[in-house]
Ligand binder design. Sequence first.
Ligand code: NAD
Length: 503
Amino acid sequence: MTATGATTFKNYIAGEWVDAANGQTFESTSPANGDAIGVFPKSGPEDVDRAVAAAKAAYEEWRLVPAPRRGEILFRFGALLADQKDDIAELMTREMGKVLPEAAGDVQEAIDMSYYMAGEGRRLFGQTTPSELPDKFQMSVRMPVGVVGVITPWNFPIAIPSWKMLPALVCGNTVVFKPATDTPSLGERFVELLVEAGVPNGVVNIVHGGGREVGEHLVQHPDVPIITFTGSRETGVAVTKSAADGLKLVHLELGGKNAIIVMDDADVDLAVDGIVWSAFGTSGQRCTAASRVIVQDGVYDELASRLVGRVEQLRLGPGWEEETDVGPVINRGALEKIHSYTGIGRDEGAKLLTGGEVAGGNGLDNGFYYRPTVFGDVEPGMRIAQEEIFGPTTALIRVRDLDDAIRVSNGVKYGLSSSIFTQDVNKAFRAMRDLNTGITYINAGTTGAEVHLPFGGTKDTGNGHREAGQAALDVFTEWKSIYVDYSGKLQRAQIDTTENPAP
Ligand code: NAD
């Protein structure tokens, strides 16, 4: 315990809970009311070196543990998460602010991923294929890569670590995990449960601390051949540059500027439900948040007025209070950034329809609360329609027709999620084909991914990889092709095939 009453936590390295080598600490506090959550090691390069050495040593045994046995540990982990779901959700609501039902959803996503990846222990399929030569067998198998450096953001503090570590582990890799400094206690709880589930010493290590001191050193460490990173575009670029000299495998999941299209023929009530959930859930701090709403001319005025009516009824407050719809944003820096975009939108000539201010009074003064904000008359090129704000702000853009809507939706540098509300199947199929994003929803908002389909985006949202589903296995394995010649003689591919011409 510290003077503020907060519990002190440690790094987990080589099967032991240890302080940072430099003895420094930092505190995690609640964005809802400033309460202390815990005190964590403010680690440095020495701690990263120790964790990587432990993971490297453990890899030699872990890669040889049969994959179904590795999967059984993940099954146990999933069951532990399920047992403690309410408790972890409550901790999440305190530490990062999202309302309780959404926090429980975050934990559920990790439970789903545990069971899905546990099952992979009995699949991890490769291919077998005939040879062009007689008496020859061939197949491809997946090989683990080695020590995986895992760097995560704060907005899905249990789900995102699960999307990375569980496929990494079932494939036979070991892990050094650096969670976000805004959500260290959830990272710590995640590792605690993996240990309880039976992960051997050294297979999973957690090192708390800053992006520069811990993250960058992990990325540059010569014994870490692969980095999986989720966070902002800017940090993703920095990670890519840091990893370049070591020619590392780099898996990036970055920002979004996702749009919901509402056509004249849409069910407007349903569209408003989808927009409210996607734009203001998690206070707009999801990578898939709908920060643009592209509306066909004929329904624009009706949609704008119904949406504003609904948004003005949203109740701000701590996420643990049942009546709260929208919790705080993550920290003061985020609050200031979000508010600065309100100024930018006004200066650009967009019309502030509701919100646009820091919320205070009624017990909100000790937290970071921002009024749900809707801008109207937004032009597609404005900064509020182009840049990721990562807060409860959305921009209404008026368009003529479907072609215009798709052009505007695609006209940003990101390509994560998109959505269209229409009752016309032809329009829906054209949108499915032409929206240039990794995820598209029909008659639903921009959020709501399930763990058994690939997750990720095009363009600046990433670098071509996908998280979740079967696609995740491609991130955490290398393919090996194996040729077995049982003819007893030298057979040369492409050359000796002429001795066996087709009949
Ligand atoms: P961030 O980029 O600030 O930080 C992400 C992580 O990187 C943190 O753990 C941070 O400590 C670490 N880091 C910072 N500098 C580093 C460096 N130089 N080297 C290595 N690591 C470093 O992002 P954030 O604010 O935590 O998260 C919000 C961002 O994440 C948004 O842009 C959001 O869209 C994105 N996000 C994307 C997805 C997705 O799947 N595409 C999911 C969730 C969040």
